[in-house]
Write a protein that binds this ligand. Structure first.
Ligand SMILES: [Zn+2]
Length: 168
């Protein structure tokens, strides 16, 4: 399994390329580009697939809030669903969203009124933000999952070649 440092180096190398390429290809607005970039950044720094480990550098990134990810690590075994393309990112975004809703709900129920919602939470505006943030996390996580697979297989191949032919 690649170390956290290796994942961060790969992320640091590829994410700027992805950050620039997507807005150019799809002519994204500034808002969409910002949330796409935020998602890419969060994908490895805050929402890494390795949050499925009970004790990991990925969960330590949350500092005093790292306890929030303990139930997630209990729910998902390491390199299981959490390390799948799209679905893995979705589990982390929904998990975090549920925590957010639980925190906001008491205030929401207290202060909620229709005018406030219309002014500060227009659904379409936030929908676009979630969409591009989610895509950023998904694509960033795909890099992590790809690196996990590639580096694991290359280690296996090197071992196999070394065993068979005395290479490497
Ligand atoms: Zn991993």
């Amino acid at each position: 399994m690649p170390s956290r440092q290796t994942h961060l180096k790969i992320h640091l190398f590829l994410s700027p390329l992805m950050f620039v390429t997507m807005p150019l290809l799809l002519q994204l607005s500034i808002k969409e580009t910002l949330f796409w970039g935020l998602g890419l950044w969060a994908s490895e720094h805050m929402l890494s697939p390795d949050l499925d480990l009970a004790h990991s550098k990925a969960s330590q990134a949350w500092g005093p809030l790292q306890f929030l990810w303990k139930p997630y690590a209990k729910l998902f075994r390491h390199r299981g669903v959490s390390h799948t393309f799209v679905l893995g990112a979705l589990t982390r975004i929904l998990y975090l969203g549920m925590i957010g809703i639980c925190c906001i709900a008491p205030f929401w129920l207290q202060w909620h009124n229709a005018a406030f919602s219309q002014n500060f939470f227009p659904l379409k505006w936030w929908g676009t933000c979630y969409l591009w943030f989610g895509l950023g996390v998904t694509c960033g996580n795909a890099v992590h999952i790809g690196a996990d697979h590639f580096l694991s297989y290359s280690k296996k191949w090197r071992k196999e070649l070394g065993r068979r032919w005395g290479w490497l």
